[in-house]
Design a protein. Structure first.
Length: 270
């Protein structure tokens, strides 16, 4: 067992829940990074392992019960799921004092607190953290060796894409739902890194997520790089449609997201 794994597993707490006949243990490890200890949440089936891994990056509201419930849903389908606190440099999860149900009324105050942390989360930080998160997954006895998936919601889609382009030999699938800024004017815009990508990709967009020009630009980047992908606008949805603790939640859009995600994982990680 490596020093990294030993340090991580000494600091975890374990609990479990049952879904039918499947037991889903949960652990809360502390993952060493160059910038400190990243708290995280991980779940996996307690039998039939080792399991393929999914690195799940949260939206800008950060890790919270809604994300942990989604991670359990994936674990019930046979995956080891890691949900890191991407804002660990600031405070442990839950990072923000969120209401039980986030509405438009809450957003101005919340985003006044959230945006400075988002803006401080540079590409360099993302890549340092990705190295640590992938290293942690590689060290877990419950994780099957081989490729993993990186998925993300909102800004987490950017993190998933950057993780995949920086680790083309490790990440076999990328999924981004109601994604953040995948196409920008910046020299290091995520879409400019697509030539390094080898993963299969699914982007599930809300109707207002990306302009037609941005969709055309990222689609061209995928085509030029020979990347297998699907980019789909989910009808009748707004940004955040997968998040059950927000007023943006759309049951039909959420169900479509699960169908697309599980199909992608099943075709790339088995």
């Amino acid at each position: 067992m490596s020093a990294r794994t030993s340090a991580s597993r000494r600091s975890l707490r374990r609990r479990s829940s049952k879904k039918g006949s499947i037991t889903i243990p949960a652990i809360t490890p502390q993952i060493p990074t160059p910038d400190g200890q990243a708290d995280a949440f991980a779940v996996y089936p307690d039998s039939g392992g080792p399991h393929p891994a999914v690195l799940l990056y949260p939206d800008a509201f950060g890790p919270r019960p809604t994300l942990w419930k989604m991670a359990r849903e994936l674990a019930e389908n046979g995956y080891y799921v890691l949900v890191p606190n991407i804002f660990y440099r600031h405070r442990p999860a839950p990072v923000f004092d969120l209401p039980e149900h986030i509405t438009a009324e809450h957003r101005p105050t919340l985003f006044g607190e959230i945006m400075p942390l988002v803006e401080a989360h540079t590409a360099e930080r993302i890549l340092r953290d990705a190295d640590a998160f992938l290293g942690f997954l590689s060290d877990q006895p419950e994780v099957r060796s081989g490729p993993i998936a990186a998925i993300g919601y909102c800004m987490g889609a950017v993190l998933a894409m950057r993780t995949a382009t920086a680790h083309p030999g490790k990440v076999a699938a990328v999924a981004g739902f109601h994604p953040g800024a995948l196409v920008t004017d910046a020299p290091d815009s995520p879409h400019r890194q697509i030539p390094s990508l080898t993963a299969q990709v699914h982007l599930g967009l809300a109707e207002n997520d990306m302009t037609s020009e941005a969709i055309a630009e990222i689609s061209k980047a995928f085509d030029d790089a020979g990347v297998g992908y699907s980019c789909e606008i989910y009808p009748g949805t707004v940004h955040g449609f997968t998040m059950a603790d927000t007023e943006a939640f759309d049951p039909a859009g959420s169900q479509r997201h699960w169908e697309r995600l599980l199909a992608l994982l099943g075709s790339t990680l088995t």
